[in-house]
Design a protein around this ligand. Structure first.
Ligand code: FDA
Length: 308
C-alpha cells in the first residue's frame, strides 16, 4: 500500500512541490543522487572506478513534454560522453538513458526518441563505451523494445533492461539472450496492474530467478541489477554451474545502496557496476527509492514534518 502511495506521489505535482522545498530533503537526495552536475557525477564515478568498480551514469529526467527539452537532454548526454572519453574510462563508465526523457511520450515520440538515442549511442561509441536503455512504465515497454531493436542494428552493444515483475519477463529474456546481447535484469520500480505484472514480492522474486536462469544459460551478457542478498547468491551459483567466467556477466547496484556489498563482490573478483544518477530532476527517482524500502520513508516523513 505504502509503495503504491509513494509511486502515485511520484506523479503528483502537489506532493512534488512540498518534497522539493522541504528543508531536510537535500540530505535524503544526497544519499541516492551524485549531485546536480555532470562534474558531480564524474567525481563520484572516478572514486568508484579507482576502487575497481564500474559505473553507469544517468542524467535524471523523464516524461519530457517538449521536443526542445528532449534535445537539451540529448546534448547533455553528448557532453557527458565527451568528458567520459577525455577521462579514458572506456566501458568502465557507460550511460543509462530513459527514452521518455528523449521525447518518447511526445507526438511521434518513438521516432524522436530513436533519433536522440542514436546521437547518444554515437557519442558513446566515440568514448569507447555503451548505452543502456532504462525500462520505465509498463505502457512504454513495447515501444522501448522496438527502439532497442532499431538501435542494435547500428549499435549492437546497446543494453536492454527487463523488469522481472512483468508477466512476460521470461519471454523477453529468452528473446534477448543472444550472442553479445547486454541485458540488465531488475525487479521493476513502477506501479503496474495485476494484468501485466506480478504484484506480490514472492512472485516477483521467483520470476527474477526464472529470468536469471534464462539469461545465465544464454549467450548474452547478463547484468544482474539487484541488492537482494538471496538473488545475488543465486546469480553467483548459476555462474559457477554454467561455467561462466567472471567477466561474462556483471552485478549492478544503485549509488548509495549496499556500498559494502558492492565492494565485497568486487573483492571476490566479480564485476560490479554502480548506477550513478545526477541532475536537478531527482524527484521521480527519489520517490521510487523511497517506495522500495519502508525504512527510507522515515527520512521522508521527517522531511515533510519539518516543513510544517
Ligand atoms: P529489494 O527491493 O527486495 O531489496 C533488497 C534489499 O536491498 C533490501 O532489503 C535492502 O537491503 C536493499 N535495498 C533495496 N532498495 C533499497 C533502497 N531504495 N534503499 C535502501 N536499501 C535498499 N527499475 C526499473 O523499473 N527500470 C530500470 O531501468 C531500472 N534500472 C535499475 C538499474 C540498477 C543498476 C538497479 C540496481 C536497479 C534498477 N531498477 C530499475 C530498480 C529495480 O527495479 C528495483 O526497484 C530496485 O533495485 C530494488 O529492488 P532489489 O532487487 O534491490 O530488491
Amino acid at each position: 500500500m505504502l509503495r503504491q502511495a509513494l509511486l502515485a506521489a511520484s506523479r503528483s505535482g502537489g506532493v512534488r512541490r512540498i518534497v522539493e522545498t522541504a528543508p531536510y530533503t537535500r540530505s535524503v537526495v544526497r544519499r541516492f543522487v551524485a549531485g546536480e552536475t555532470a562534474a558531480d557525477a564524474l567525481a563520484i564515478a572516478d572514486g568508484l572506478i579507482s576502487d575497481g568498480l564500474m559505473v553507469t551514469i544517468d542524467h535524471l529526467g523523464e516524461d519530457t513534454v517538449e521536443a526542445v527539452q528532449a534535445k537539451t537532454i540529448t546534448a547533455e548526454y553528448e557532453r557527458l560522453l565527451e568528458r567520459i572519453a577525455k577521462a579514458g574510462y572506456g566501458s568502465r563508465a557507460e550511460v543509462s538513458v530513459k527514452l521518455t526523457a528523449l521525447g518518447q511520450l511526445l507526438p511521434d515520440g518513438e521516432r524522436t526518441a530513436l533519433e536522440n538515442a542514436r546521437r547518444i549511442c554515437a557519442a558513446a561509441r566515440n568514448a569507447r563505451t555503451t548505452v543502456t536503455l532504462d525500462m520505465e512504465e509498463h505502457t512504454t515497454v513495447d515501444s522501448t523494445l522496438r527502439v532497442l531493436k532499431e538501435l542494435r542494428q547500428d549499435f549492437p552493444d546497446t543494453g536492454a533492461v527487463i523488469q522481472a515483475y512483468l508477466r512476460r519477463a521470461e519471454e523477453y529474456c529468452a528473446d534477448l539472450a543472444d550472442e553479445g546481447s547486454r541485458v540488465r535484469l531488475c525487479k521493476g520500480a513502477y506501479n503496474a496492474p495485476d494484468s501485466v505484472a506480478f504484484t506480490g514480492r514472492d512472485a516477483v522474486d521467483k520470476s527474477y530467478v526464472r529470468c536469471m536462469r534464462v539469461l545465465m544459460a544464454g549467450r548474452g551478457y547478463p547484468m544482474m541489477a539487484t541488492h537482494d542478498p538471496r538473488l545475488i547468491e543465486i546469480a553467483g551459483a548459476l555462474a559457477v554451474l554454467g561455467d561462466r567466467r567472471h567477466d561474462s556477466f556483471e552485478y549492478q547496484m544503485l549509488y548509495g545502496i549496499r556500498p559494502n556489498e558492492q565492494r565485497r563482490l568486487t573483492e571476490l573478483g566479480g564485476q560490479v557496476r554502480v548506477y550513478v544518477p545526477y541532475g536537478a530532476e531527482w524527484y521521480g527517482y527519489l520517490m521510487r527509492r523511497l517506495a522500495e524500502r519502508p525504512a527510507n520513508v522515515g527520512f521522508f516523513l521527517r522531511s515533510l514534518a519539518s516543513k510544517a
